[in-house]
Design a protein around this ligand. Structure first.
Ligand SMILES: *Cc1c(COP(=O)(O)O)cnc(C)c1O
Length: 379
């Protein structure tokens, strides 16, 4: 098999057979002429399939070391489609440190379909096994978690899932497939918000699903078409373009994040820092073992509570205050009111997302400029 960088640029992206175009064209068409009734070239209608999307789906599979990829209109659309594998009366076990929008989907949408979610502590994986009920069908986790950047042992969870015949889903958005490939560690399905690192330029909303299990793929492909939350050809093209430079961007994101994490760790105004690439991180060794790198996300707690947070955020110039992550530009986010605002306060605090917690998505600007911006804001 070719190496990661090569797969990202070549898989599913051979030159166009008609014109020789080196870049996969943006096929802006809703439908396809059929030669005769029941006879076509593999495409009938663009919700079902579109050649630009097919190229993206093959690339997604290739960079996740999977066999089959599916692209969606958003990460949440990808999540919704995966959760459609379940039926009324089924149970899900989810990690207790997950994306706020996934929590909202589980509690306010999927619950209404008669599917209950039990939350297990990612700090103690035996809690997952203890939570398993006769009707449990699926385990859903993120790692590194959002926003506390805890590392969950995918291999151990995949063994638990296999023993109990459960589907293990890993949301791999934070690490990106350049730094972590859950299918290699035994996960059944990988989910992405391609809005983040894969797109990489904060210009689209998209999602992806990868699996190597043929049976799951056939079901997911059916639901992709039946539910219809598919990306446009233009969005598919933009994610495909992002994937080509994923490796070089991730190396820069990580280099900058490590540099800033070291700086912040020693700063007197910082109470606590969360970055899996620091030896002081509680799961540094696990991160080293299961990941190929530590990524570009940092979380920190400021001394002085919410007032300090407000001042810090207001003084930043390069780090834009915004939701999202994974773009080339640096962003700062206040999880309590932004990404995790949909979680009730009591529940949020129980999960360790304090009122002085800040999340940074470290971009690929010059690291000295980023450091100076943080230093001024902390000042
Ligand atoms: C952003 C995000 C999602 C949701 O993706 P959208 O593209 O916003 O729908 C899911 N999981 C994680 C970890 C995310 O960061």
């Amino acid at each position: 098999m070719m190496e990661f960088e090569t797969r990202a640029i070549h898989e599913g992206q051979a030159p166009d057979s008609v014109t020789g175009s080196v870049i996969v064209p943006i096929y802006m068409t809703s439908t396809y002429e059929q030669e005769a009734i029941g006879q076509h070239k593999g495409y009938e209608y663009s919700r079902t399939g579109n050649p630009t999307r097919t190229a993206l789906e093959k690339a997604l599979a290739a960079i996740e070391s999977g066999k089959y990829g599916l692209a969606f209109a958003s990460g949440v659309a990808a999540t919704t489609t995966v959760l459609s594998l379940l039926k009324s009366g089924d149970n899900i076990i989810a990690g207790d440190d997950i994306y706020g929008g996934t929590y909202r989907l589980l509690e306010r949408v999927v619950k209404n379909w008669g599917i209950e979610t039990t939350y297990a502590s990612v700090d103690d994986l035996t809690s997952f096994e203890k939570a398993i009920q006769p009707n449990t069908k699926l385990i859903w986790i993120e790692t590194p978690t959002n926003p506390l950047l805890k590392i969950v042992d995918i291999k151990i969870l995949s063994e638990i899932a296999r023993r109990h015949n459960l589907i293990l889903v890993v949301d791999n958005t934070f690490a990106s497939p350049y730094f972590q490939r859950p299918l290699e560690l035994g996960a059944d399905i990988v989910v992405h918000s391609t809005t983040k690192y894969l797109g990489g330029h904060s210009d689209i909303i998209g999602g992806g699903v990868v699996t190597s299990n043929e049976e799951l793929y056939q079901q997911l492909k059916f639901y992709q078409n039946a539910i219809g939350a598919v990306p446009s050809p233009l969005d598919s093209y933009l994610v495909l373009r992002g994937i080509k430079t994923l490796a070089v961007r991730m190396r820069e994101h990580e280099k900058n994040a490590l540099f800033l994490a070291q700086f912040l760790e020693n700063h007197p105004k910082v109470d606590r820092i969360y970055y899996p690439g620091l030896p002081s991180h509680a799961q540094y060794h696990l991160a080293k073992q299961q990941m190929y790198g530590f990524g570009g996300m940092i979380s920190l707690e400021l001394k002085g509570g919410f007032a300090a947070v407000e001042e810090f955020v207001a003084r930043l110039k390069l780090f834009f205050l915004a939701e999202s992550l994974g773009g080339v530009e640096s962003l700062v986010c206040y999880p309590a009111k932004m990404t995790h605002g949909s979680i009730p306060e009591e529940e949020r605090l129980r999960r360790g997302i304090k009122n002085n917690l800040i999340r940074l998505s470290v971009g690929i600007e010059n690291q000295k400029d980023l450091q100076e911006d943080l230093e001024n804001a902390l000042g």
